[in-house]
Ligand binder design. Structure first.
Ligand code: FAD
Length: 394
C-alpha cells in the first residue's frame, strides 16, 4: 500500500468494484480497501438481478450464475398467484447469482484494469484538510496507515459510516430500514426457473418473503420486515421460521444470514468536496424490492468516470463532482427510485384484503397484455381506490 493515490475506494462490493474499475481504466492510480478478509463473503443478499440490467455491465458467466430464471411469481395473501414472464419473456427475466464468486469477479476486473486491492483493510476515519476529504485512515493486520487521495469514493454499503464521518447526514429512519433474515434451504420442491414473492402483511409486515432458487432443490428463502415492526418473538427470523415450517417443513437449512436494507429516499446530495457516495452507502436500494446490486454497479461506474474526468480537469470540488449526482438523479435510476418510493409509501398503508384485490385483478389479464402500461391501467381500473392512494402514478 502506497501513501497516496488519485482515487481511494472504500468497500469491495459491486459499487466499489465498478468504481475502481472505471477509474483505473482512465489511467488513474486507484486503491480499493475492503474491511472483510474475503471479497463477497459472507453474502448478505438474495442474489437476484434482471438479465437486461446485468447486461449493461458484464456478460453472463456460468461460474457465477446459480439459477437462470424465466419468470417471477407474485403470491397474494390468500395464495392467488400471478406470473410475469414464462413463455412470453423472450429469454429475459433474470438470474440468481452466486455472489461469492460474482463479487470476486468484479473486483478481479478492477484489479486487471490496474486498481490495487487490499482486503482486511478497514477505513476508520477520513483525513480532513481544510474541511475537505483528503484520504482515509486504514487499519490492516494490526497496523494503521494514512492514505491520501485526491478523490474518495464511499462504497461501504448499508452500514456506511464514511460519508457520515465526513459530515453528511446518512441516517435511515427505523421504519425505512428493512430487517432481513435468509436461509439457504435444501431438498425442497421448487420451480428452479421461478422467483417467488409472497406479499402478506400477516406473514411479513411492511415487507415480503422471497424464494429465489439456487439450483437443484435449493433456494434462498428470506424475509424483510420494517424495523419498527420487529420485536421480541416477532423478529424477521421468527416470521421466517413460521413460513418455513408451513411451506418447507422438510427442508434442510444450511446457512442463515441477517442484514439490513434501506427503503428510504436517497441521500439529499451524494457528493462533497473530493467525495462521491455510491450504492447502498448513498441509500440507493429500491424502496419496493430492496434490490440494490444494479443501482450500486450503475452509480459505482458513473462515480469512477466522473472522478477521472474531474481529476483530468484538476477540479474535484463539490461543484465539479455534482455532475455525478445530477446524472443518476435526473436519469432512469432517479426516476425509478422516486416512483417506487411513492408506491412503497402507498403499499405500507394497505392491508391483506387490498393486496388480494390487486392480485385478483392482475390474474384477469391475458398474458399477451403484459406490459407495464397495460398492467398499471388494468390494476387501476379494477381497484379505483388506488387512484386516491397512488395519485402520483396517474
Ligand atoms: P455492499 O455490497 O454492501 O458492499 C459494501 C462493502 O463495503 C462491504 O463488502 C463491506 O464489508 C465494505 N465496508 C464497509 N465499511 C467499510 C470500511 N469502513 N472499510 C472498508 N470496507 C468497508 N439486491 C439485489 O439487487 N437483489 C437481491 O436479491 C437482494 N437481496 C438482498 C437480500 C438481503 C437479505 C439483503 C440484506 C440485501 C439484498 N440486496 C439485494 C441488496 C444488495 O445486497 C445491495 O444493494 C448491494 O450489495 C449493494 O452494493 P454496494 O456495493 O453498495 O454495497
Amino acid at each position: 500500500m502506497k501513501g497516496a493515490y488519485d482515487v481511494l475506494v472504500v468497500g469491495g462490493g459491486p459499487g466499489g468494484a465498478l468504481a475502481a474499475k472505471a477509474a483505473a481504466e482512465q489511467g488513474l492510480s486507484v486503491l480499493l480497501v475492503e474491511k472483510r478478509p474475503a471479497i463477497g463473503a459472507p453474502v448478505r443478499c438474495a442474489e437476484g438481478i434482471g438479465k437486461e440490467a446485468l447486461a449493461e455491465f458484464i456478460d453472463p458467466d456460468p461460474k457465477w450464475i446459480a439459477a437462470d430464471l424465466d419468470k417471477a411469481v407474485l403470491i397474494g395473501p390468500d395464495g392467488t398467484k400471478f406470473t410475469i414472464g414464462g413463455e412470453h419473456a423472450g429469454g429475459k427475466v433474470g438470474y440468481v447469482l452466486d455472489r461469492k464468486v460474482f463479487d470476486r469477479e468484479l473486483v478481479w476486473q478492477a484489479a486487471e484494469a490496474g486498481a490495487e486491492i487490499q482486503v482486511h483493510a478497514r477505513a476508520s476515519a477520513p483525513i480532513m484538510i481544510n474541511g475537505k476529504v483528503s484520504g482515509a485512515v486504514i487499519h490492516q493486520h494490526g497496523k494503521t496507515y494514512e492514505v491520501r487521495a485526491k478523490v474518495v469514493i464511499a462504497a461501504d454499503g448499508v452500514e456506511s459510516k464514511f460519508a457520515k464521518w465526513a459530515g453528511i447526514n446518512t441516517t435511515v429512519p427505523l421504519a425505512e430500514l428493512e430487517t432481513c433474515a435468509q436461509y439457504i434451504v435444501n431438498d425442497i420442491d421448487i420451480d428452479e426457473r421461478a422467483n417467488l414473492f409472497y406479499f402478506s402483511y400477516t406473514d411479513a409486515p411492511w415487507g415480503y418473503i422471497w424464494v429465489f432458487p439456487k439450483g437443484h432443490r435449493c433456494a434462498n428463502v428470506g424475509i424483510g420486515i420494517a424495523g419498527t415492526k420487529s420485536g421480541e418473538g416477532h423478529r424477521a427470523k421468527d416470521y421466517l421460521d413460521r413460513f418455513i415450517a408451513r411451506e418447507f417443513p422438510n427442508g434442510k437449512i444450511t446457512e442463515l444470514i441477517v442484514g439490513g436494507v434501506s427503503v428510504c429516499k436517497p441521500l439529499e446530495c451524494t457528493v462533497a468536496d473530493n467525495l462521491l457516495i455510491v450504492g447502498d452507502a448513498a441509500r440507493l436500494s429500491d424502496p419496493i424490492t430492496g434490490g440494490g446490486i444494479y443501482n450500486a454497479m450503475y452509480t459505482g461506474r458513473l462515480a469512477g468516470e466522473v472522478a477521472a474526468s474531474a481529476l483530468k480537469k484538476g477540479d474535484t470540488s463539490k461543484k465539479a463532482l455534482m455532475v455525478y449526482d445530477e446524472t443518476w438523479r435526473n436519469g432512469h435510476l432517479g426516476h425509478a427510485l422516486a416512483r417506487n418510493y411513492a408506491v412503497k409509501e402507498a403499499f405500507i398503508k394497505m392491508d391483506d384484503a387490498k393486496f388480494n384485490s390487486i392480485v385478483h385483478s392482475m390474474t384477469d389479464l391475458s398474458l399477451d397484455e403484459i406490459t407495464v402500461k397495460s398492467l398499471v391501467i388494468a390494476i387501476f381500473k379494477a381497484n379505483p381506490w388506488l387512484a386516491l392512494e397512488l395519485p402520483r402514478l396517474l
